[in-house]
Every structure is written in C-alpha cells, then in structure tokens.
Ligand binder design. Structure first.
Ligand code: FRU
Length: 517
C-alpha cells in the first residue's frame, strides 16, 4: 500500500496548476448557454456531483472536474459552497490527483461529518494498470481525506485496496446507522454483473467487507456507478430503504433506459449489515435526455435553516451523453440539476421536487391566470426568458388537444424545445426535434392511470440558458435536458395541436442568478 500512497506530485502544486487551467478556460468562456441558476464550473468540464453535505454552517457541493479542457479528462474535485442553497460562492479546487493510487484521477465519492467533528470525504483513486493509458484496464481503490474547515483537505490515502484487480470498483457512499459506519460502492463482478458491495468500520479508517449489498437482476447491467442508499418513511410510519445507482449496460425498453446509461432506484428493506431486499422494480429518477450520476445526502436536523431538518436532498449531473456536444468550444461543459428534495409520497413512490429554497430566487412574478389556446395556434407568455420558472396547470377535462403545452427557447429561426402533455402517448413529452443545436429526439415521463383521469396536470418548468428541467405533478416525475437556445430573444409560448388547450393557472417567475456566472 505504501507505494500507491506515494506522492508523484505535490498536492498544493497540482491544485494551483488546476486553478490556472480553469481560469484560462473561464477567460474565454461563451455565456450563451452558461447557467444562471444551476451549478457549473467557471471553466472546464464537470460531471458527477460529489461530497454533498452541510458542514459548519455551509452547504457544500463538490463535482468531478477536468480543469484543462471541455471534455472528460483526469478528474479533480471542484467546489462551491453556500449558506442558503441558492447563493453560491466558488471555493478552491479541493482535490487533484497527487498519489500514485489516483494518478489518473480522483473519482466520485461522498462526504460526512466524522465522529471527530471533521469533514471526511471518501472517493475513488483511479489509475491505469500499465501506468500509461487504459489499454490494460484500470485499477480503482477507495481513498479518504479530512478537513477542519470544509475547504482544505488532508489526504489519508488508500483505505480499501482493490482485491482482485476489478476494473470497475468505485464511488463510495458512506453513512452511519446504529453506531456503525457503512460504505457501499459499485463493482463489476468477475461475472460482469453490476453489484454494490457493503463494508463496515468503527473508526472510518479500517474497513471490513461485509456482503454484496445488492446485485442488479438484469444480466445486461455490468456496473452500478455512483450508488446511493438511504432510509425513508412510508405513509404508515414504516422504514423503507431506497437504493439508487447509475446502471451501465441496460437495454432500451419502451420509455425506459433511453439514455446511454440510466440512473434510477428501487425501494425495499434493509437490516443493517445484510443485503438489500427490493420491493419494487427499477424506476428512473428522471426521464429527461441528460440526467445521470445523482447523489443525495441527508440534512441534519438542527444543523440547517430548515426547522424540520432531515430532508434528503439530491443533485444530478446533466450528462451530454451524445457526441458531438455543442459545449465543446464554449470554455465550459456540464452542469448540475437543481437541488431536489426526495421523499416517499402517499402513493408509495418516490417524488422529487425542487428544494423549497429555490423559491428564494424568484424576482418578479406574473400571474397570467387562465388561458385558452385554440387548436393550431400559439400564445406568447414571455418575449424573452433567459432564466425563468413557469408554473402551469393544464385543465385535462377541457383540453381536447392531442398534444399541447409550452415551447421554451423559441427563437426567431423557428427552433424551440417543447414540453407537452401528449394525450396519445399518455405522458409528458420533452421534445427537442426543433432544436438548432445538439442531439434532438424526445423523452417521455409516462403518467399513471390516476394522473390521466385527474382534472389537472401540473407542470413546473425551469428554463435556464442551456437547459430545461420539468417537474410533473409535484415531483412525481422529473425531466432534465440540455436545450441549446439559438440566437436572439428566447420566447415562451403555449401551443395546442389537433384540439384546444385549456390552462387553468399560469404563473411565471424570473429567476435571479445563483452568483456563479
Ligand atoms: C460516473 C462516473 C463515476 C466515476 C466518475 C469519473 O459518471 O463514471 O463512476 O467515479 O464518473 O469521472
């Protein structure tokens, strides 16, 4: 182990170089799609949210960062923090590869306050088996680092070595239950099955293998990236556990698994130290084009501004997935979703809603009341919406349209992104076929029989400069997609096809910047 814990470069020097790399890209950044109210790096590429936590009065969001380019590359941990979850400030890059064990990247992981009151982060050290490239497989190990201020980290090195040279062996999630520390991470087994392994520890440094927490039932799934595992309470007060993961290898099937890799969850039960017992099938966290590698954390009662505390907050990453990516030449690439509260609804399923804090970003709001849109026509809601939240209630009983909803990023050249209720499909559709840039296609959030039979369909749509995020019926479904608006004013319009649209309530809110532009 000593050898792989050796420094090949001074960590502070590596961090300083990475800061310079980001600054160089940031200086030439194009802002046409740069988010106003989503977390992104000021320059460079980002992917998964990492180390989400509340520590010493601040929310911390770290993320996988490649500081030297707008494509994925040797990973670092970028960092932003906030006191209120909506106004963010940039912090120094937290981790750069500096130990042999992580020569090719400091990969994803989680954070928790340790028994010693310090902030502990657990992450994956990634190196190439041949030291040069990934031609002869990768070697991954779990590492730890600690901090007194949540900003500067001291590396403790490797805490779990890779027993048999597993290629995929990564993304530790750590939590405490019943006085025992637990860790799970994703493994591609010798039989190429996607598994999550469970370890325990008394002191957070010595870890012992306990069991395979979960193996994905689909033999096509060969790896579970970014595992998550947390308890929720059902309507009868029973404890359930939610297992989350980003599955690699699942085949497309109807509305399911439409993206290259797909993140979702199952609900079930768990006795500490044992295996997870699923009670549901796999369900997606989000039905959009770009959602991936989410992570969640539990806010600590008393530690937060929220009187109740104990909320499960999730961030996901908007993965560009499909090449070519229009952001390649923009100086930055990759953003996170809004913070979402995850909870078990009365219906026994998981709901994800924007964290309550998000309403604090509203500047001016406009109540547009009820609106009817005749078949084949459009109704302009806003002439130019760069950063807007739209609350829309569709009156299903009086809507006769085959498809109707809201067009955003609607520009003079005729391009737009369409968020619509589709009566024929029986779902909410996020359609990018009229986009000027990037991958197009549509995605569907299917509605249940009960939702289709209801009087109303509620949509909450967040339009940022380069993305759209949709919450259906108070978070029963969510959809996150990039939407690269074309030049000129970006209108928002209601539209109805093959029948009329009846909107019973419509409110728009311009949103302020979160301070990272
Ligand atoms: C998921 C992922 C993780 C890994 C990280 C590397 O997007 O592949 O499994 O830790 O990204 O950047």
């Amino acid at each position: 182990m000593n050898d792989i814990n050796r420094e090949f470069v001074d960590h502070d020097e590596a961090l300083a170089q990475a800061e310079a790399g980001v600054a160089k890209l940031a200086a030439e950044r194009n802002d046409r799609w740069y988010p106003k109210f989503h977390i992104a790096s000021n320059g460079g590429w980002i992917n998964d949210p990492n180390g989400l936590c509340y520590y010493k009065g601040r929310w911390h969001v770290f993320y996988q960062l490649h500081p030297y380019g707008t494509q994925w590359g040797p990973m670092h941990w970028g960092h932003v923090s906030s006191t209120d979850m909506i106004h963010w400030k940039r912090e120094p890059i937290a981790l750069a590869p500096s130990l042999e064990a992580e020569r090719a990247g400091v990969f994803s992981g989680s954070a928790t306050t340790g028994d010693d009151g310090r902030l502990w982060i657990f992450y994956t050290g990634h190196r190439w088996a041949n030291g040069v490239d990934d031609a002869d497989e990768n070697l991954e190990v779990q590492c730890a680092a600690v901090s007194d201020d949540g900003v500067h980290f001291e590396k403790l090195g490797v805490i779990i070595d890779n027993p048999e040279g597993f290629k995929h062996f990564r993304d530790p999630k750590v939590w405490k239950t019943g006085g025992v520390w637990y860790m799970t991470f994703g493994v591609s087994s010798a039989e190429q099955r996607g598994q999550m392994w469970l370890y325990t520890s008394e002191d957070m440094v010595e870890w012992t293998f306990k069991t395979v927490l979960f193996e994905h039932p689909d033999p096509d799934v060969f790896m579970l990236e970014c595992p998550d595992f947390f308890p929720v309470t059902d309507k009868d007060g029973n404890e359930k556990w939610v297992i989350g993961f980003s599955a690699m290898g699942a085949k497309k099937n109807g509305f399911m698994n439409r993206n290259v890799n797909n993140a979702g969850y199952m609900i079930g039960t768990w006795e500490p130290g044992g295996q997870f017992k699923p009670e549901t099938e796999f369900r997606p966290w989000d039905c959009g084009h770009n959602f991936y590698a989410p992570q969640s954390f539990n806010t600590v009662p008393g530690d937060t501004n929220d009187a109740e505390g104990g909320r499960q907050i999730m961030y996901g990453w908007l993965s560009p997935f499909v090449q070519p990516v229009p952001l390649d030449d923009e100086g930055w690439c990759g953003q996170l979703t809004l913070p979402r509260e995850v909870y078990l609804g009365e219906d026994g399923d998981i709901h994800t809603v924007p964290a309550a804090e998000m309403t604090g970003l509203r500047t001016d709001s406009t109540d547009l009341g009820a609106v009817n849109v005749k078949s084949g026509s459009e109704h302009v809601v806003a002439e130019d919406a760069e950063a807007m939240e739209i609350e829309l209630t569709i009156d299903l009983k009086h809507t006769t349209a085959e498809r109707a909803g809201i067009k955003v990023h609607a520009t003079a050249d005729g391009s737009y992104t369409y968020v619509a209720y589709d009566d024929q499909i029986g779902g909410v559709v996020l359609d990018r076929q009229a986009n000027a840039y990037g991958d197009r296609g549509y995605r569907v959030a299917p509605l249940t029989e009960a939702e289709l039979a209801a009087d109303e369909l509620k949509l909450r749509v967040y339009v940022d400069r380069g993305s759209v995020e949709v919450y259906v019926n108070d978070g029963r479904q969510a959809m996150s997609s990039y939407s690269y608006a074309a030049d000129g004013p970006r209108a928002v319009k209601l539209a109805a096809e093959s029948g009329d649209l009846a909107v019973s309530a419509l409110t728009t809110h311009n949103l302020a910047s979160i301070g990272l532009e």
